[in-house]
Design a protein around this ligand. Structure first.
Ligand SMILES: [Mg+2]
Length: 364
């Protein structure tokens, strides 16, 4: 009889990919995206995970997490997850460390499913449903033609919801925010709901003023109208508006998300930040969050298997920057059909790393 497989090693690498044009939201501008890739090995089998974080996240994996999980049972990712959380006590879990834990947890779950030769959804013994995605991008740096072309591209994929950025330059350009939202509303009229994301750019009073005009345009979702740390502010905006108020992308663990949930209409969960599949599944099962709708934030192909098995899921964010990278770097990314993604049939999450394609962008 062979012994149970153990995690033999973790490998981490990082790749910085230029955006296709300059990008900004309400509170940040960027011209590249860095992805940290984790590969977990047991025997001849490799599991794949990733997160979007600074390149030094790769060093967090090799220095801090690898010693904690090496030698642990490869068929029990939750055991490794607990060991990682214990190991980072003094480093602190939020932020970069949380991203590194998430990427590693995703790799370890992929490894466990591949060792058993089954898709993740089968390992979880959960029925998988098609996942509705919403097109997301609409950066404040786009000119009108670029914005319209991007919106039409998502409509052509059958997306029933699309999202653009507002709150330009820390909320100092509200007339342009509203003009862009009005333009987007014309493009999507009768075909898709319009969502907007202010990335915390407004104060409460400004968010209520802008929000009422967004309500008049038929906008259905206002994300981070104020900082997601301002729970009372989120509640105040929510009470003023018809549109749903959403937040949660900086929820680094279950406790943080439970704390935020009463202040939003839909709780966003980022599988590459919150603690990977293990923490997402704890969020989805927590009785304190019963009745709360969830939405997957970014990294659509990492979210797909766990999102597909989450009954209270509304949708997953099909974020422009991450779609570009994931479809290029990972073999097996399924296409959108009728605005939905279907979980691939293969073992694990069904994706494999195209190392050669990534290599020219390697930074760590
Ligand atoms: Mg957001």
């Amino acid at each position: 009889m062979t012994s149970a497989p153990a995690v033999a090693s973790l490998r981490a690498s990082a790749y910085t990919v230029p955006t296709d044009r300059p990008e900004a939201d309400g509170t940040l501008a960027w011209d590249s995206t860095t992805i940290v890739v984790v590969e977990a090995e047991a025997g001849s089998v490799t599991g794949l995970g990733w997160t979007y974080a600074p390149a030094v996240g790769a060093q967090v994996v090799t220095d801090l997490l690898a010693p904690a999980v090496t030698g642990r049972p490869a068929l029990d990712p939750e055991d490794s997850w607990s060991a990682m959380v214990r190991a980072v006590r003094n480093a602190g879990r939020p932020g970069l460390v949380g991203c590194a834990i998430s990427a590693t947890d995703i790799a370890l779950w992929d490894l466990a499913a591949r060792l058993r030769g089954v898709p993740l959804v089968e390992l979880w013994d959960q029925p998988a449903r098609p996942v509705e995605v919403y097109g997301s991008g609409g950066f404040t740096t786009y000119d009108d033609a670029t914005l319209e072309a991007q919106l039409r591209g998502w409509l052509d994929l059958g997306c029933r919801r699309v999202k653009i950025k507002i709150g330009e330059s820390w909320g100092t350009c509200t007339e342009r925010d509203l003009e862009r939202a009005a333009r987007a509303a014309v493009v999507t009229a009768g075909e898709a709901e319009l969502m907007v994301d202010a990335n915390g750019a407004y104060d409460v009073e400004q968010a209520c003023t802008v929000g009422r005009r967004l309500d008049a345009l038929g906008v259905t979702w206002l994300e981070e109208p104020v900082s997601s740390d301002d729970h009372e502010g989120l509640t105040a905006v929510r009470e003023h508006l018809r549109a749903d108020v959403a937040a949660g992308e900086y929820g680094w663990d279950l406790a943080g998300l439970v704390h935020l949930a009463p202040h939003v209409d839909c709780l966003q969960v980022d599988v590459t930040r919150c603690g990977g599949y293990t923490e997402w599944r704890r969020v989805a099962a927590d009785p304190r969050l019963a009745g709360v709708d969830l939405s997957g934030h970014c990294a659509p192909y990492a979210s797909l298997p766990v999102a597909a098995t989450t009954p209270q899921l509304r949708h997953v964010e099909y974020f422009h920057d991450h779609v570009r990278i994931e479809r290029r770097f990972f073999d097996g990314c399924v296409g959108i059909r009728d605005g939905r993604l279907v979980v691939p049939d293969g073992p694990g999450h069904g994706l494999s790393f195209r190392r050669g394609e990534a290599e020219q962008h390697r930074v760590a």
